[in-house]
Design a protein around this ligand. Structure first.
Ligand code: RIB
Length: 339
């Protein structure tokens, strides 16, 4: 049997209005009466009706976070940041898959609107073609991958972070640096390639299409790309991978072919996921402040829901020094890999 406010009123001899004020900690009820109501409600097993409560408050205290690939360890670290701020604000956080097909993404966002979530944080792969409001009228924030329309975004400067990673390798003496690209349909992949190109061009080293190898942000794609780089045997001594999982796949490929990292081949990644600290050697990478990205996105969304100004937030990435990039003087005898 569902215990209602009416049952609590009956049991305490109070009016429904007094019981409701006590249960919702609203003024007009003495401390003693409030305590008696709470005690009786607990004894009866009363549970507040969240649907009724949200109809009155016109808020559901529920946020939605959509991410593209929960199997990629970058995203759980991002979710923990969002969750920490949602918890502090007593918000329930719904975690959903962000469909890669724009139409399915639009349908999912419309479904969230019908469910009356208070706001949405979206890590989008591709956005619906319509240039209107992706969030279908809900308060929304783009996270990690910049968005479009009127909603603000929380992300790192992708191009500059990739530039920092590539410049780090160049400053170690490398002048033949291949790039394992991210999925070509993602804006972040193009921005990271641009950062690699800018650093190479600034140093006067090759950055043509033949230095770029397709990847998919997954270990398998990184492994395949590294196979092609090694098969080319064109003097490449360093690789910049568009994310850490691709770099980890490239590390595995080198190990399988007896190529020593970093002695024969240097590798730098992009993300700074926890897993990258435990490769052998630990991966050198350009680390995004992953948890802070999530925290800032949730705080920004709560400001939007409260009707406060909410502008883009761009955070800084930084080099995380592992053991996969070494000094290179350019002498042929330095490497027995002949790559
Ligand atoms: O590894 C997954 C990638 O997709 C990360 O680089 C992150 O920025 C996301 O966009």
């Amino acid at each position: 049997m569902v215990v209602t406010v009416y049952d609590v009123a009956q049991a305490t001899g109070l009016s429904i209005a007094s019981v409701s004020r006590a249960l919702n900690a609203r003024p007009g009820v003495s401390a003693a009466t409030s305590a008696r109501v709470m005690r009786t409600a607990a004894d009866l097993g009363y549970r507040p009706n969240e649907v009724a409560r949200s109809l009155v408050a016109k808020k559901t205290q529920t946020l939605a976070l959509l991410v593209p690939d929960i199997t990629n360890p970058f995203f759980p670290e991002l979710v923990k940041g969002v969750q920490s701020v949602a918890d502090e604000s007593d918000q329930l956080l719904l975690l959903l898959d962000a469909p890669s097909e724009p139409d399915r993404l639009a349908q999912r966002l419309a479904a969230l609107h019908r469910k009356q979530v208070d706001g949405v944080i979206l890590v989008a792969s591709e956005l619906p073609a319509a240039t209107g409001d992706v969030f279908d009228g809900m308060p929304g924030v783009f996270l990690d991958r910049a968005g479009s329309g009127g909603a603000p975004s929380v992300h790192v400067d992708q191009e500059h972070a990739a530039y920092l990673a590539t410049r780090h390798v160049i400053q170690k003496g490398h002048s033949r640096i291949a790039h394992i690209q991210g999925p070509v349909n993602l804006t972040v992949s193009a921005l990271r390639r641009s950062g690699w190109e800018r650093a190479c061009n600034e140093a006067g080293i090759a950055s043509g299409d033949n230095r770029v190898f397709p990847g998919d942000f997954l270990e398998a794609g990184g492994h395949r790309a590294m196979e092609r780089i090694l098969d080319a045997a064109d003097g490449t001594t360093a690789v910049f991978a568009a994310n850490d999982l691709s770099a980890i796949g490239a590390l595995a490929c080198c190990a399988s072919r007896g190529i020593r990292v970093p002695h024969d081949m240097s590798i730098i990644g992009f993300d700074g996921i926890e897993l990258a600290r435990y490769t052998s050697p630990a991966l050198t990478t350009v680390a995004q402040p992953i948890r802070e990205l999530g925290e800032q996105a949730c705080a920004l969304l709560l400001r939007r829901i409260a009707g406060e100004p909410a502008d883009d937030i761009v955070l800084e990435a930084s080099i995380s020094h592992g053991g996969t990039v070494r000094e290179w003087s350019g002498r042929a005898d330095e490497s027995s890999g002949g790559v």
